[in-house]
Design a protein around this ligand. Structure first.
Ligand SMILES: *[C@@H]1O[C@H](CO)[C@@H](O)[C@H](O)[C@H]1NC(C)=O
Ligand SMILES: *[C@@H]1O[C@H](CO)[C@@H](O)[C@H](O)[C@H]1NC(C)=O
Length: 420
């Protein structure tokens, strides 16, 4: 016999008397309310309460049937350790109990007063309700199952995705997603004909991949990046936003993801977004933030492989132009990106200087910030941004000086490199 925890013996004895009562109340509650979890109103697409953990309607006569060969078999499909049903828990308790000690406990119980018995009854009720809480893995399985079925309505599909959006937030759940077939199911929804469904799917993928190298690699190897890149071009702005968010989460600090992104001409996409003043400003913020991330990532590599576009004056100008945006958050993000690009050894100071007019852009930024410092509301922000602006300006001067101290090498280096 495996040693059962002590509560188990008591539980077993009292279950016989309480189980009928509990089963009645639990089942009734489930019928009315289904199962709620956090803020989610939980239900499956086919309208059943659930298929995974509801108490079966079978009789409670299992008590005393300790010859049941299946008594240790529960929990087999239980990746996360809960009891799948009341009967399961009972059987486990029976399977793990010593008959002699059970008898002793039975005598103890008989000595309990009615009040004590009632207190016990309530305690057990609590334990059982806790055990009956569906686990996150159960909930994910239900949502994925709904996505898997072709008969699931759009409304239910959307709801399943909304549920996953919340469920994948804890990293353990995100790590389980692929095991349960969830990534395949969500990636499939990226190609749904309904933009809202595609949008939420991209969002789920972004959330699950965020700071999670395991999920990043799983999603990348399922080929989702290519689909997401196309979604960025959507005329439905929420879809472009969530797709770009997902891409950024997928490739952040992930060399393989970044290589794929460059191969898909991702930087051209970013450039298009930054240059297009008609585009939603949130997209521009995300794009310029990705530029900074990508440049920083390159710096961390021992030998940064050159991204030709980062040397192009059109690309650099698209970043520098955002320094004069009317949105100060966007200005700040652009400034950070300019700093990161300046730090790359292969970007050329003279390109920042001449066709991009970085000096002028930084100077007019200084003037605007000086103005802002006079206002009480924005003073603190303006002071911080001005400190950053100076830092970037100093970096730029330094990079220029390096060129003027070795102009011949720089120029001839490039000419010879590109010559016959
Ligand atoms: C659903 O459950 C909550 C809390 O468990 C309860 O307050 C509410 O009355 C229930 N609703 C119905 C319709 O039973
Ligand atoms: C969903 O379908 C995939 C195959 O497309 C399968 O591997 C997975 O187990 C299914 N998951 C659920 C919970 O139905």
């Amino acid at each position: 016999m495996v040693d059962a925890p002590p509560w188990c013996h008591i539980l077993l004895l009292l279950l016989a008397s309480t189980v009928g009562f509990l089963r009645g109340t639990v089942a009734a509650r489930d019928r009315e309310n289904r199962t709620s979890w956090g803020e989610i109103f939980w239900a499956t697409a086919d309208g059943k309460t659930d298929v995974l953990w509801s108490a079966p309607e079978a009789s409670t006569e299992v008590v005393g049937d300790d010859s049941n060969p299946d008594s240790n078999a529960i929990g087999d499909d239980d990746v996360d350790g809960g009891f799948s049903s009341l009967d399961g828990m009972l059987q486990w308790a029976i399977g793990n109990s010593d008959p002699i000690r059970l008898k002793e406990k039975a005598n103890d119980v008989q000595r309990m007063s009615a009040d004590e018995l009632e207190a016990r009854r309530l305690q057990i009720k609590e334990v059982i309700e806790k055990l009956k809480m569906p686990s996150d893995a159960d909930l994910m399985r239900i949502a994925i199952n709904d996505l898997n079925k072709s008969t699931t309505s759009l409304e239910d599909r959307q709801r399943a995705l909304n549920e996953l959006l919340i469920l994948v937030e804890p990293i353990d759940n995100a790590n389980d997603l692929n095991k349960l077939g969830g990534l395949v199911a969500v990636i499939r929804e990226l190609e749904n004909s309904v933009p809202e469904i595609r949008t939420t799917s991209a969002w789920v993928i972004g959330k699950a991949s965020q700071n999670n190298p395991l999920v990043q690699d799983q999603v990348l190897s399922l080929g989702a990046l290519n689909v997401l890149m196309k979604m960025v071009q959507s005329s439905y702005v929420e879809e472009s936003l969530k797709a770009l968010y997902a891409i950024s989460a997928l490739i952040r600090n992930n060399n393989n993801g970044q290589a794929l992104f460059y191969a898909e001409d991702g930087c051209v996409t970013l450039q298009d977004i930054m240059r297009n003043s008609m585009v939603d400003i949130r997209l521009q913020k995300k794009a310029v933030q990705m530029v900074a991330d990508l440049a920083d990532s390159q710096l961390e590599n021992a030998v940064p492989s050159e991204i030709p576009l980062f040397r192009s004056h059109i690309f650099l100008k698209s970043v520098i132009n955002l320094l004069s945006s009317s949105d100060s958050d966007l200005q700040e993000k652009a400034l950070i990106a300019v700093g990161s690009l300046l730090r790359l050894p292969y970007t050329e100071a003279l390109v920042f200087k001449d066709p991009c007019w970085l000096d002028e852009a930084l100077e007019s930024m200084r003037e605007r910030l000086t103005g802002l410092m006079a206002s009480d509301e924005e003073r603190e922000f303006a002071v911080d941004l001005e400190a950053l602006r100076r830092e970037v300006h100093a970096m730029f001067r330094e990079k220029l000086e390096m060129v003027s101290s070795a102009p011949v090498c720089r120029f001839f280096g490039n000419v010879v490199g590109g010559g016959p």
